[in-house]
Design a protein around this ligand. Structure first.
Ligand code: SGN
Ligand code: CA
Length: 558
């Protein structure tokens, strides 16, 4: 700001002197006056040169304001990023962000479902305030979002990939997005409002569009914000041809609580997101037998996806899946054996789609590094929520239990973040909007509910929030997860399931990190329970949420 102010003041002074000289000279002043004017002119010229120089210094990195590349994938579990140490897969490029910057060990969302999560990120406000409570109701694009604010403050803005909200995105100079959930193979994209079908695999296409905007479409003199948002690894986990055989030699074993009996947890017992019971053999696990023996509920939907493929894509697909289908049909698996087989197939495909996401991150980082943009560009990697990889026997998300409430969050900004930084504080997707505005030096409007994590990541802030708030509304709805809200502190979690249920849950995350034992009304935890209720009341008041939760949500049929 100071440098910019000085530059403009000097430039204005120089400019004024120059005009003065011209005017006075035309009035034929005496020689001495002329001489002094010429000296003035020389000084003015000197300042002008300095100004031009200052301007030139701004250009390679688009100005002093930092650029932002906000990478988000869809349904990416932190368990499936090697930097988090779960040992399932290898994501060298995403890991690089953490190695060269920071990894957040407690990154959370406020509402674990796609479009609401995106609305929270854009606005910095909880769902009941921004109005996007579920995937079904519309999003009001007329309200303020961080891209709009940055655009109004001199940024070039672009949105590429999945956004999952109807209407032309507002706040973007360029948008090229998938309609709704989008397709894995030969997807449609809506470029600035115009729909086109693009041949190829969605993850690679999204990366190509994002890089093309950076290289060829933006104004190189302005700072930029790029929202580069992948569809993968969203259901139905369709891998890119080149990764069809990745993990072929391994078998994934389910987590310890895969065969959970949901004792003491009523809402968990009534969901429909069980790998054993609800995962579709054809739609989710690709057992599209050509004889049509497996007539599952979603066979038709998968046939439509399969039909989208071109000949060579279909050939690669059949070459890989046909022998597996044959083997599966012959094996006649049942019970626990079948559940474990489903888990292994699910994980293989899910992780394969992530490999393509990781490749894209590598391409993006390389582009920034090779073009002198790395130093002044904030790179964030996150997901719209977490995901169950067999914990409690599930796929999908929605619950406030850790695996879907928590989400990956990694960030690189060499100018301010020391390589290898580990952040243990509880940060939420609510905090993105204010953080981006803070980095850009733009005032944060008072009605934004998140907090900037800029100082926290730079190691300058010692005090941070001690509780985070969560809401989930989409019920009745797919997967049948009941409406609920709750808080998480460093050690405990309190959840209230409501609507056609009235059930409280309390967890001690230190003693029971996988949330198997509901301690609500346990005499040993009476004091903790009381404290958590007080905290919940306090947090809900802070975020202006009411006690009548139902008023925020009227279900709507998709
Ligand atoms: C789709 C999926 C669901 C998923 C929702 C929400 N079904 O409806 O399994 O929970 O999206 O996901 S599918 O048959 O269409 O694949 S979200 O990430 O978009 O919120
Ligand atoms: Ca999602």
């Amino acid at each position: 700001m100071i440098i910019k102010g000085l530059f403009f003041r000097n430039f204005n002074n120089a400019h004024n002197s120059f005009i003065l000289v011209i005017i006075k000279y035309s009035n034929l002043y005496s020689y001495t006056i002329l001489k002094s004017r010429l000296i003035n002119l020389a000084i003015a010229f000197f300042w002008m040169l300095l100004g031009i120089n200052a301007f030139a210094q701004k250009s390679p990195e688009g100005g002093k304001k930092p650029n932002i590349v906000f990478i988000m994938s869809d349904d990416h579990a932190y368990q499936a990023i090697s930097a988090y140490g779960h040992g399932l897969n290898n994501t060298p490029n995403i890991d690089r962000i953490a190695k060269e910057g920071a990894i957040f060990m407690k990154g959370y969302v406020t509402n674990s479902i796609c479009a609401p999560s995106r609305a929270v990120m854009l606005t910095g406000k909880h769902s009941h305030i921004n109005g996007k409570v579920d995937n079904v109701h519309g999003f009001n694009w007329d309200q303020e979002n961080f891209a709009k604010t940055l655009q109004a403050n001199g940024y070039q803005t672009a949105l590429v990939g999945k956004i999952h909200m109807d209407g032309l995105p507002q706040g973007f100079d360029y948008s090229n997005v998938l309609p709704g959930q989008g397709q894995y193979y030969n997807p449609d994209f809506i470029e600035n409002g115009v729909t086109k079908r693009i041949e190829g695999y969605v993850t690679q296409i999204t990366t190509d569009i994002a890089l093309d905007w950076l290289k060829n479409k933006r104004d190189q003199d302005k700072p930029f914000v790029l929202l580069y948002h992948q569809k993968a690894p969203h259901r139905t986990w369709m891998p890119e041809e080149k990764y069809l055989r990745l993990f072929e030699d391994s078998t994934f074993s389910p987590p310890a609580n895969f065969f959970d009996d949901y004792q003491g947890r009523l809402a968990a017992a009534s969901q429909e997101m069980s790998i054993a019971k609800d995962m579709d053999l054809v739609y989710d696990l690709k057992m599209l037998d050509k004889e049509g023996v497996l007539q599952t509920n979603y066979r038709k939907s998968f046939e439509n996806m399969y039909k989208r493929m071109n000949e060579s894509q279909r050939k690669a697909w059949d070459d890989y899946y046909d022998p597996i289908i044959k083997e599966f049909m012959a094996a006649n698996l049942e019970g626990e054996e079948l559940a474990k087989w489903k888990f292994d197939r699910y994980l293989k495909d899910y992780l394969r789609t992530i490999q393509s996401v990781d490749d894209g991150v590598g391409q993006m980082l390389d582009y920034l590094d090779e073009n002198g943009l790395a130093e002044n560009t904030i790179v964030i990697y996150t997901s719209d929520q977490g995901f169950y990889l067999g914990e409690h026997g599930w796929f999908d998300k929605r619950f406030m239990y850790e695996e879907s409430f928590r989400t990956p969050l990694l960030m690189r900004f060499p100018k301010e973040i020391r390589p290898g930084t580990v952040i243990e504080e509880m940060v939420q997707n609510l905090d993105f909007a204010p953080s981006f505005l803070d980095y850009a030096g733009v005032p944060i409007s008072k009605d934004i509910q998140g907090e900037s994590f800029r100082d926290l990541v730079a190691g300058k802030q010692k005090k941070w929030r001690d509780a985070i708030y969560y809401t989930f509304y989409e019920y009745p709805g797919e997967h049948k997860v009941k409406r609920h809200y709750g808080i998480r502190t460093e050690r405990y979690k309190l959840i209230h399931f409501y609507h056609d249920i009235d059930s409280w849950e309390l967890y001690d995350l230190l003693e029971d990190p996988t949330e198997m034992k509901n301690l609500y009304n346990d005499p040993e935890y009476r004091k903790v329970q009381k404290q958590m209720h007080v905290k919940l009341k306090e947090v809900r008041a802070k975020y202006k949420d009411s006690t009548e939760m139902d008023k925020h949500y009227m279900p709507k049929t998709p």
